[in-house]
Design a protein around this ligand. Structure first.
Ligand code: ZN
Length: 377
C-alpha cells in the first residue's frame, strides 16, 4: 500500500514535470524580438520553442493557455546591473528580467550566484568580474578590495586574470572626476579583451571620453555622456567607421541629477539626454536598456519598465524600444538561443495583459513569466 502510494506520487510528479515546461499559448499577439505577429500560437516543449504558427495540433494532454487580449514577448534583460546577492536575481526574475549583465562586483561572491542560471526563480547572471579602474579611481569606493592598474603594460595581466575568473565581458571605467585610466591604457585593455574574445564595455560620463573609447574599438558604452551634445558630423563619422552599442541608463542619470539638485545645471537636461539617445538610434546604433541598480535606489526588477518608458519618450519607435530590452541585449552580449520567440530558442517568455507594442505602459500590467518553459513564481 505504501509502495503503491509512493508509486502514484512518483508518476504524478513525472506527469507534472513534463507538463510544467510543455504547453501551447493560443490566439496570441506576439512580439518575437524582431517584429509583430498579429495572432498566432506558440508551442513549447521541454522548455524550448518548437513551433510558431496559426494552427498547432494539440494532443489531449497538452496544456493550452488562451492568449486572447494578451501579448507574448521574449523575457527582458537588463544590460547594466550590480547584483550583490541572489535576492537581486530573484527580484529581476519576478519582473520578467531573466538575464542581467553585472558591470563590477566581487568575483569570489559571483560564482555561487552564477550557478543559479538554471534555477527558475532567478535571473541568469553574466559578469564582468572586477571592472578595470585606476588606483583611487571610480569603482574603488565600495568597500571591497578591487585590483587596479595604471599603465598600458599592465593591461594584458589584468585581462588574463579576468579570463581566469571566467568572466563573460570586460568593463572599463573612465571617470575623470576622480583618478582615472588614460586613453592608452584603455586602448590596450580593449585590445587584450578582444584577443581573449571578450567584448569590452566602458563607463564614461564625458562626450570626449566616449568618442575616444569608441575610436579605440570599445564595443559599447554603459552610460550616455552628460556634459555636451554630440555634433551630427562626429556622430556620422563614428557610426560609419565603428560598430558599438549604447546602454544610456536614462533612469539612473535623471535620478542622479535630481539628487544633486542645482549642481546638475552644468549638465545636459533630461530632454537633451533623450535627444542624444534618439540621434544615436537614428544613426543605426543599437540602444540597450539598463538601469544600474542598486544605484539611485533603483530595483532589479520593475524599474526596468521605467527605463523602457524613458527610451520610448526619446521618440524611438515602440518595437525598437521593446528590442532595447530584449533581443538587442542578447545579441550584443552574445547570449545564445534567447531574446527571440523563434523555433529552437529557449522559452523565456512574458505573457502580459494588453498590448505593450501599442502602449509601452502596458508592460506594467499583470503577466505570466516562464524561464526555459517553467513558470517563475
Ligand atoms: Zn554601474
Amino acid at each position: 500500500m505504501k509502495f503503491i502510494s509512493l508509486l502514484v506520487l512518483v508518476l504524478f510528479s513525472v506527469a507534472i514535470g513534463t507538463a510544467q515546461d510543455s504547453f501551447i499559448i493560443e490566439n496570441v499577439k506576439v512580439f518575437n524580438g524582431d517584429a509583430i505577429i498579429e495572432s498566432t500560437s506558440v508551442k513549447v516543449e521541454n522548455g524550448i520553442i518548437v513551433e510558431v504558427s496559426k494552427r498547432i495540433k494539440a494532443s489531449d494532454e497538452t496544456v493550452i493557455i488562451d492568449g486572447n487580449g494578451k501579448t507574448l514577448m521574449p523575457a527582458l534583460s537588463n544590460a547594466h546591473v550590480h547584483a550583490w546577492s541572489a535576492e537581486a536575481l530573484k527580484e529581476a526574475a519576478k519582473a520578467g528580467v531573466l538575464n542581467v549583465m553585472d558591470m563590477h562586483g566581487v568575483e569570489t561572491y559571483q560564482s555561487a550566484m552564477r550557478q543559479l542560471k538554471d534555477s527558475t526563480n532567478y535571473a541568469r547572471y553574466y559578469v564582468a568580474g572586477y571592472a578595470a579602474t585606476a588606483p583611487e579611481g571610480h569603482g574603488t569606493q565600495f568597500g571591497f578590495p578591487a585590483p587596479t592598474l595604471s599603465k598600458p603594460e599592465e593591461a594584458a595581466k589584468f585581462i588574463e586574470d579576468r579570463v581566469k575568473a571566467n568572466v563573460d565581458h570586460i568593463k572599463i571605467i573612465v571617470e575623470p572626476w576622480k583618478a582615472t585610466l588614460d586613453s592608452e591604457t584603455v586602448a590596450e585593455l580593449i585590445k587584450e579583451a578582444h584577443k581573449a574574445e571578450k567584448i569590452a564595455v566602458v563607463h564614461v560620463s564625458r562626450l570626449e571620453d566616449a568618442v575616444d573609447v569608441i575610436s579605440n574599438d570599445a564595443d559599447g558604452l554603459v552610460h550616455i555622456w552628460w556634459d555636451k551634445e554630440l555634433e551630427p558630423s562626429k556622430l556620422k563619422e563614428l557610426s560609419e567607421s565603428k560598430s558599438f552599442f549604447v546602454i544610456p541608463t536614462l533612469l539612473t542619470t535623471i535620478k542622479f541629477f535630481e539628487s544633486i539638485g542645482s549642481g546638475a545645471e552644468k549638465f545636459l537636461t533630461k530632454n537633451q539626454l533623450l535627444s542624444e539617445v534618439k540621434k544615436m538610434y537614428d544613426a543605426g546604433i543599437p540602444i540597450l536598456a539598463g538601469t544600474d541598480p542598486p544605484n539611485a535606489g533603483i530595483n532589479y526588477g520593475s524599474d526596468l519598465y521605467k527605463e523602457l518608458e524613458l527610451i520610448r519618450e526619446t521618440g524611438m519607435p515602440i518595437l525598437e524600444v521593446l528590442k532595447s530590452g530584449t533581443s538587442n541585449i542578447t545579441k550584443a552580449f552574445g547570449l545564445e538561443n534567447t531574446g527571440f520567440i523563434k523555433v529552437g530558442y529557449i522559452a523565456d517568455l512574458i505573457l502580459v495583459d494588453g498590448d505593450p507594442t501599442k502602449d509601452i505602459q502596458d508592460i506594467n500590467n499583470s503577466k505570466t513569466i516562464w524561464k526555459k518553459g517553467k513558470q517563475v513564481k
